[in-house]
Structures are given as structure tokens and as C-alpha cells.
Design a protein around this ligand. Structure first.
Ligand SMILES: Nc1ncnc2c1ncn2[C@@H]1O[C@H](COP(=O)(O)OP(=O)(O)OP(=O)(O)O)[C@@H](O)[C@H]1O
Ligand SMILES: [Mg+2]
Length: 122
């Protein structure tokens, strides 16, 4: 299992979520973040004062997947988040030791795989 962490442009979130849905990735966490891509600092004038504008608004996506889902997940993000300009973002793939679904106590493969919610009949 892996945790795919993608830092992307805020305006690309909807496209990326759609692309993930198409490759059957369901579980995702989205958070607003501020980041710096390592480029030499931009300096801008704000009310007559020179200030360093060195943090950009980005969105962070976290997606827990089983190993065979890593490649389609990464490919979907690469395609949907790209503009070709600097600042498109980064994807990190992290190893995951354990996953638990809290409702059922399921672990690992069973826990990371989306399931239909229990029907009303059950
Ligand atoms: N090495 C890194 N570690 C953690 N976060 C990073 C790293 N590099 C980039 N980020 C995050 O990704 C955001 C976008 O980075 P950015 O796209 O500028 O990366 P880059 O490597 O400079 O690529 P580019 O050359 O296309 O600009 C940053 O604002 C930051 O939040
Ligand atoms: Mg950059």
C-alpha cells in the first residue's frame, strides 16, 4: 500500500478529482496548503515596501491505494494537473505500513479498498 501525496494548483482540483474517479480511485483527502517550489524568491512591491512573496496557494491531495493502483493514480494526476508552466506541483509516493477502516476494523487491502455502504436491508 502507498500514500500518494500530490501538491497541485487549486484550479486543477476538480479536473484531478474527475480523472481519479475515472480510474476508480475513490478515497481522497483534500487540504489547502501554502508552499514553495524552490525557485529563486520573487520580490514584489506592496504599498511601497519590497516584500518576499515566497509562498503560493496550493492544494494537497492524499490518496491511500493498494500497490496496483499507484500507477493509474499517478498517471491520472500527471495528466489532469499539468499546465506545462512552472508551479504545476509535485507527486510523492510514500510507503504505508497499516490501514484500518474504523467502522469494521478491517485492515490493509480490505480497508483501503472502497466498499459500498451497508444497505438499509442489512
Ligand atoms: N521538494 C518539495 N518538498 C515539499 N513540497 C514541495 C517540494 N517541491 C514542491 N513542493 C510543493 O509543490 C508546490 C509546487 O511546486 P512547483 O510546482 O513549483 O515544484 P517545482 O519542482 O519547482 O516544479 P516547477 O519547475 O514546475 O515549478 C510548492 O509550492 C510546494 O508546496
Ligand atoms: Mg517551481
Amino acid at each position: 500500500m502507498k500514500l500518494v501525496v500530490a501538491i497541485i494548483r487549486p484550479e486543477k482540483v476538480t479536473d484531478v478529482l474527475r480523472a481519479l474517479y475515472r480510474v476508480e480511485v475513490r478515497g481522497v483527502t483534500v487540504s489547502p496548503v501554502h508552499g514553495h517550489g524552490g525557485e529563486s524568491d520573487q520580490v514584489e512591491t506592496y504599498r511601497g515596501t519590497r516584500v518576499k512573496m515566497d509562498l503560493q496557494d496550493k492544494m494537497r491531495l492524499e490518496i491511500g491505494v493498494s500497490d496496483h493502483f499507484v500507477e493509474p493514480t499517478v498517471k491520472a494526476i500527471l495528466a489532469a494537473a499539468k499546465t506545462g508552466d512552472v508551479g504545476d506541483g509535485k507527486i510523492f509516493v510514500l510507503p504505508v505500513d497499516k490501514v484500518y477502516r474504523i467502522r469494521t476494523g478491517e485492515q490493509d487491502q480490505e480497508a483501503v479498498t472502497p466498499v459500498e455502504p451497508p444497505s438499509a436491508a442489512e
